[in-house]
Design a protein around this ligand. Structure first.
Ligand SMILES: [Zn+2]
Length: 419
């Protein structure tokens, strides 16, 4: 255990990181709720607040053309290559106060800690403008711009009010044609750390505070349609039916059984539509959805194939057909091995178990991971609750995250000094 670090409590900084999240939660589109979509007016207020804090820390601040607020801490004696730390400042509708933004307020505390320790390390803090995909139905707009993978076709997308993305960017005072200049130079970057709440129940169930993320799971989505025959519910005897809903029900429980028996697999049938959806008619057609995620792409592919085959065999036995249409097939994104090893070493040297987790949700980190070494630190989510006003964090977990991240940054600095 690193006694030097243990003997420097970061209580005040963790309390401030949390209270900043509560302050920023008041900048919202809906009074009494936290709703902050991409480049809506409250984002200006968030930028103003964060910019003041960045400037007070002596950082150079700019807003890039995708609306990401970026503050650079560049000590005179530090190498020019920067380490990036950040997360997103947009929210889902009626959100909690910590998803995303805690990773930004903690990044600013880390800049202060790095300054106190006089660590010659250049740090760029990025408050990503968009991650949730609420306003335009496309997630990760901010991190795509930073990674240099923003597709300019997205600028024509319209929100629910018919406002094209390009116009939303212009109304915010930015020039959408400049988005390519928001991209980082991977050669000038040491890596990226995103600190984020787990948004799930695993750490709490294991009574653990933090975990290093090893990968973001791959995901398959699609619709499965069972087609049978609609018919009269009173006159059709049971043995002459081709009930699409009964077939779908059998398949849905098979999906659950399959996921239960495959470690780390999560599979969900979240939507179902029965036609004609009437009390006295045998359902003729049923559309269901499948959302299936696993850290290993081969295991995910095999599971999807097995579940489609199972749907077809259930359908065949009942005299129906089953047709699967895939709508998403995203590979798992591994975090950088060396950076994640530094993170688990930092967990251990601050006296915590080196717990690793895979992330079942997407994060900005998966977009940056395509360009630069990237890792994530998860904090326990009390009750496993997120994307909900009851979302919370424990002060001692936030303090532990600061200890671990500060130790991690010292390791990054030691690495660049040894190379
Ligand atoms: Zn988030």
């Amino acid at each position: 255990m690193d006694q030097t670090i243990k003997s420097r409590p970061m209580h005040a900084q963790s309390v401030r990181a949390i209270s900043e999240c509560h302050t920023l939660a008041t900048f919202t589109e809906e009074p009494a709720h936290i709703t902050r979509r991409f480049l809506t007016p409250p984002v200006h207020a968030v930028h103003t607040h964060l910019r003041q804090r960045m400037e007070a820390l002596g950082m150079t601040v700019q807003t890039d053309a995708a609306g990401n607020l970026r503050g650079i801490h560049q000590p005179a004696n530090a190498p020019a290559k920067r380490f990036l730390i950040g997360s997103h400042i947009d929210t889902v509708p009626d959100a909690g106060p910590f998803d995303g933004i805690l990773g930004v307020t903690l990044a600013l505390e880390l800049v202060e800690i790095v300054q106190e320790r006089q660590l010659p390390l250049s740090i760029e803090v990025i408050a990503f403008s968009e991650e949730e995909g609420v306003r335009y139905g496309i997630p990760f707009l901010g991190s795509r711009a930073v990674a240099g993978t923003f597709d300019e076709k997205l600028l024509a997308y319209e929100d629910a009010d018919g406002i094209p993305m390009s116009e939303a960017i212009r109304s915010f005072g930015l020039d959408p044609t400049q988005i390519p200049s928001a991209a980082i130079e991977p050669q000038q970057t040491l890596g990226f750390l995103e600190i984020h709440i787990e948004q799930g129940p695993i750490l709490e169930a294991e009574d653990l505070q933090l975990a290093a993320v090893t990968s973001i799971v791959g995901q398959t989505r699609g619709t499965l349609t069972f087609t049978g025959h609609a018919n009269h519910a009173g006159t059709t005897p049971m043995h002459l039916r081709h009930d699409a809903l009964a077939a779908a029900a059998e398949w849905i429980t098979a999906v659950e059984t399959h996921a239960n028996s495959t470690p780390s697999l999560v599979a969900t049938v979240g939507k179902i539509f029965a036609d004609p959806n009437a009390t006295n008619v045998i359902p003729g057609t049923v559309h269901t959805t499948l959302d299936l995620r696993h850290p290993s792409d081969p295991i995910r592919t095999v599971a999807v194939e097995a579940l489609i085959a199972q749907a077809q065999s259930i359908a065949q036995r009942r005299g129906l057909t089953a047709q699967f249409t895939q709508t998403m097939n995203e590979p798992a994104i591994p975090m950088d091995l060396a950076l994640t090893a530094n993170l688990t070493a930092a967990l251990e040297s601050t006296g915590l178990p080196a717990r690793i987790l895979t992330s079942g949700a997407g994060h900005d980190a998966m977009i940056l991971a395509a360009r630069i070494p990237t890792t994530m630190l998860f904090l326990r989510s009390p009750g496993g609750i997120s994307h909900h006003p009851a979302e919370s964090v424990r002060e001692q977990d936030v303090e532990a995250a600061l200890h671990v991240a500060a130790n991690f940054l010292e390791r990054i600095f030691a690495t660049i000094n040894n190379t």
